[in-house]
Design a protein around this ligand. Structure first.
Ligand code: MN
Length: 206
C-alpha cells in the first residue's frame, strides 16, 4: 500500500543549533521525499507489493519483490522507513529532546551496557565506524537490546530486529553544518533524542 510522506513534527528551525534548518529542510523535503515517491512509484509496477505494509516487505527482506525491483525496494523502502523513524524520535529540547533514557528502556540499557554513558560510547562507535553511508541503531531483538549499524538504507527489520532509535550517518544528514566532522554531528544528536518516544517504541516492539 502507498506509504505516507510524513511531515516533520516540528518546524525545521526548531532543531537548531544541533541540526540546522537548511539541512532539515533538504533532508526531509528532498531526500526523504525521494525515498517515499520512488517506493510508491514502484508499488504501481509490482503487484506483489500491493496491499503489503512496508514493514512486512522489509521484515521479509524484500523476498516477495521480483529480482529486477529488489534493489529499488530495499533502498527506497528502507529509506522511507528509516527516515520516518528518524523524524519520530527527534525533538527540540523544549519538546522533550535530550536527557536520558526512561522506564523499561532505561532498565534494559542499564542491564545490557552498564549504563547510559557506556551505551552512548558503543552507539557512537557504531556511528563513527560505519564506512560510507548508513545508520547506527539501538535495536530490540527478542528480549534483548543491542547496538548495530547498517549500510545504505538497510533496516534492522531485515535482520529480525526492531529499531528503537536510529541515527542517519549519510553525509546528506550533516555535511552542510558539520562537513567532515561526523563525530560532532553524532554528539549533537543526543540533544535531540526524545527518550519518551524511544520508550514507547521499546514497549511496543515485538
Ligand atoms: Mn537521510
Amino acid at each position: 500500500m502507498p506509504i505516507e510522506f510524513k511531515p516533520l513534527p516540528y518546524p525545521p528551525e526548531a532543531y537548531e543549533p544541533h541540526f540546522d534548518k537548511q539541512t532539515m529542510e533538504i533532508h526531509h523535503g528532498k531526500h526523504y521525499k525521494t525515498y517515499v515517491d520512488t517506493y510508491n512509484t514502484l508499488l504501481t509496477k509490482v503487484p506483489a507489493l500491493e496491499g503489503k505494509p512496508l514493514h512486512e516487505v522489509l521484515e521479509g527482506n524484500c523476498a516477495m519483490v521480483p529480482d529486477d525491483s529488489k534493489t529499488v525496494a530495499r533502498n527506497h523502502g528502507g529509506g522511507a522507513h528509516n527516515h520516518a523513524l528518524f523524524w519520530e524520535i527527534l525533538a527540540p529540547s523544549a519538546k522533550g529532546g535530550g536527557g536520558e533514557p526512561v522506564g523499561n528502556l532505561k532498565a534494559a540499557i542499564d542491564k545490557t551496557f552498564g549504563g547510559f554513558t557506556a551505551f552512548k560510547e558503543k552507539f557512537e562507535t557504531a556511528a563513527k565506524t560505519r564506512f560510507g553511508s548508513g545508520w547506527a541503531w539501538l535495536i530490540k531483538k527478542g528480549d534483548k537490546v543491542d547496538v548495530i549499524s547498517t549500510a545504505n538504507q538497510d533496516s534492522p527489520l531485515m535482520e529480525g530486529a526492531f529499531p528503537v532509535i536510529g541515527l542517519d550517518v549519510w553525509e546528506h544528514a550533516y555535511y552542510l553544518k558539520y562537513q567532515n566532522k561526523r563525530p560532532d554531528y553524532i554528539t549533537a544528536f543526543w540533544n535531540l533524542v526524545n527518550w519518551q518516544v524511544a520508550e514507547d517504541r521499546f514497549n511496543r516492539a515485538k
